[in-house]
Design a protein around this ligand. Structure first.
Ligand code: NOJ
Ligand code: MG
Length: 550
């Protein structure tokens, strides 16, 4: 059998560079800052670092609105800093992924400034333009909604007297990839970073990259998608067949360079996602966002894992995410309870597939409350501020994203070691940094950080955990989640048991030795003792495979 590609067994750590580490005292995280903290990532035991956008941008959406795909924004550093970062990461055995925002640019990108100038300039069809409807032509061309669903996806350009498509926010016009020149320009930017050694890309809003050329209306059918209520089925704007063709082309560009990875941000039911990820479909990995809206419940995790095991059987890899820069910190979903956050860590880091960890998750950072009236996040500032149910904070999914982008908490000093104490960081530091921080948790038995380190390094060294198959264990108490991981080649077998209930449980597992545990879980004389909110990862020793379960 050919050796599996590196990304089959990797673990990903997401850095939001603006909030990670500020090296020059301007209150904004930067690439040299990240470079200076690389050893934290190495010590954590993760294998790949994904860096959110740091390219030139008016920062209206903090980097997801780009004006130059082959540059570095001055507040983050220079292209030379990006090169140093790649090289330094490689020297430490880390892989590096950058963030590729293909779907849209900033409306300040020179391409768009030119495109909107007239209907007949060299860039006129680099974006998706259409005439309006109605007698005065001022009704949007069709019913397509922006991702937030509260407005049309079409924006009027007074200059060009036409509408342009902006699937996300109005200042992020969608590029027109049906124009081969656009594809060439973007693939040149992709090669620019591949030439510098980047190991792959996280692909922003990838499912939306190719829309119906006939601009047909999406059918109105209310449903819920990864926690969000939605009105329209996006059959003509998302996950169209042309997305797969595009993914193949992008994959071919990466293939010129060898073993590079494409990780898509895509939404939809498991079958659809599988279609994008299937052998030859172009995307090596696709994010599965269901864990972002988990219920702290053993049956919920068992069902979700089962669904994705069925949809993504080996050699496909499910890619689980429990936190990112857009959604609530996981500890806030479990009432701020670090014991429950620890159980979530054990599940995430021992399940089959590629886990991603968002900076600060490993120390139990929580949402940092920022009132909506002070929001910098353009979604919160422009839309959520006006929705009464959001103002009353009844919809946890619609949070001000500033709250999960507060500076990384390195130590207990002023500004948590993110920037000098006398500098004002771009977002407020969480007051809990006095006890929730890297320094305070380092070397402390039972801390969340040490649990993450143990889990990640254990996983890295264990073929069963990093590439084995997964089977859910049946016949367990209702509140206990259990799954077994087996590596056929070495015969190694491990298992995870997590008690998400309120009463202590015992599970029989003869011959098991603990590899990692939290919440006071213990292996003792053939029994696993699981207090409430406790979990254990065990390796099977001595005794035969089939006596593993209870
Ligand atoms: C998804 C990114 O994760 C989010 O932060 C960004 O605002 C949108 N895409 C638009 O690029
Ligand atoms: Mg700085």
């Amino acid at each position: 059998m050919p050796e599996a590609p590196w990304w089959h067994r990797t673990t990903v750590y997401q850095v939001y560079p603006r909030s990670f580490a500020d090296s020059d005292g301007d209150g904004i995280g930067d690439l040299p800052g990240l470079l200076g903290r690389l050893d934290h990532i190495v010590a954590l035991g993760v294998e790949t670092v994904w860096v959110s956008p740091f390219f030139p941008s008016p920062q209206e959406d903090f980097g997801y609105d780009i004006t130059d795909y082959t540059g570095v924004a001055p507040e983050y550093g220079t292209v030379a800093d990006a090169q140093t970062l790649i090289d330094a990461a490689h020297a430490r055995g880390l892989r590096v992924m950058f963030d590729l925002v293909l779907n849209h640019t900033s409306d300040q990108h020179p391409w768009f400034l030119r495109s909107k100038g007239s209907r007949s300039n060299p860039r006129s069809d680099w974006y998706i333009w259409a005439d309006g409807r109605g007698r005065n032509g001022r009704r949007p061309p069709n019913n397509w909604r922006s991702n937030l669903e509260v407005t049309s996806a079409w924006q009027w350009s007074a200059e060009r007297q036409q509408f342009y498509l902006a699937s996300f926010l109005p200042f992020q016009p969608d590029l027109n990839y049906r124009n081969p020149a656009v594809k060439d320009a973007m693939f040149a930017a992709v090669r620019f970073w591949l030439d510098r050694g980047v190991d792959g890309f996280r692909l922003d809003m990838f499912g939306q990259i190719m829309k119906d050329p006939g601009l047909r209306d999406n059918p109105f059918r209310p449903h819920v998608d990864t926690g969000f209520p939605r009105g329209w089925r996006r059959v003509y704007t998302e996950n169209t067949a042309d997305v797969i063709t595009f993914a193949r082309e992008l994959h071919a560009v990466c293939a010129e360079y060898g073993d590079r990875v494409l990780l898509g941000e895509v939404f939809g039911p498991p079958e659809t996602l599988r279609g994008l990820h299937a052998e030859g479909a172009g995307l090596d990995l696709v994010f599965l966002f269901d864990f972002l809206v988990f219920r702290y419940d053993a049956a919920w995790f068992a069902d979700t894992i089962r669904r994705f095991e069925e949809a993504f059987p080996p050699p496909m890899q499910p890619t689980y995410v429990i936190e990112n820069h857009d959604r609530s910190r996981c500890i806030d979903r479990v009432g701020g309870d670090p014991a429950k956050a620890a159980v979530l860590a054990v599940i995430l880091l021992t399940v089959r597939g590629v886990p991603t960890v968002y900076m600060g998750q490993e120390i139990g950072m929580s949402n940092t409350y920022v009132p909506l009236r002070q929001a910098l996040d353009p979604i919160a500032a422009r839309y959520f501020r006006r929705l009464p149910e959001v103002v009353n904070r009844r919809i946890p999914e619609r949070l001000n994203r500033d709250e999960v982008r507060s500076p990384m908490q390195w130590d207990a000093s002023g500004n948590a070691g993110f920037c000098p104490p006398d500098v004002r960081p771009w977002l407020p530091v969480n007051p809990d940094h006095t006890h929730v921080n890297v320094a305070a948790e380092t070397g402390v038995a039972g801390s969340l950080l040490e649990l993450y380190r143990t889990l990640l390094t254990t996983r890295r060294d264990s073929p069963a955990l990093n590439s084995g198959t997964l089977e859910l264990v049946s016949g367990l108490p209702a509140d206990v989640l259990g799954f077994r991981r087996t590596d056929a080649a070495s015969g190694e077998q491990c298992a995870t048991f997590a008690n998400l209930g309120r009463t202590a449980q015992t599970v029989r597992a003869v011959g098991s030795v603990a590899m990692a545990a939290c919440g006071g879980a213990m292996a003792e004389r053939g029994d696993l003792h699981l207090p409430p909110d406790a979990a254990i990862v065990v390796r099977r020793e001595r005794v035969a495979y089939d006596t593993m379960d209870s």
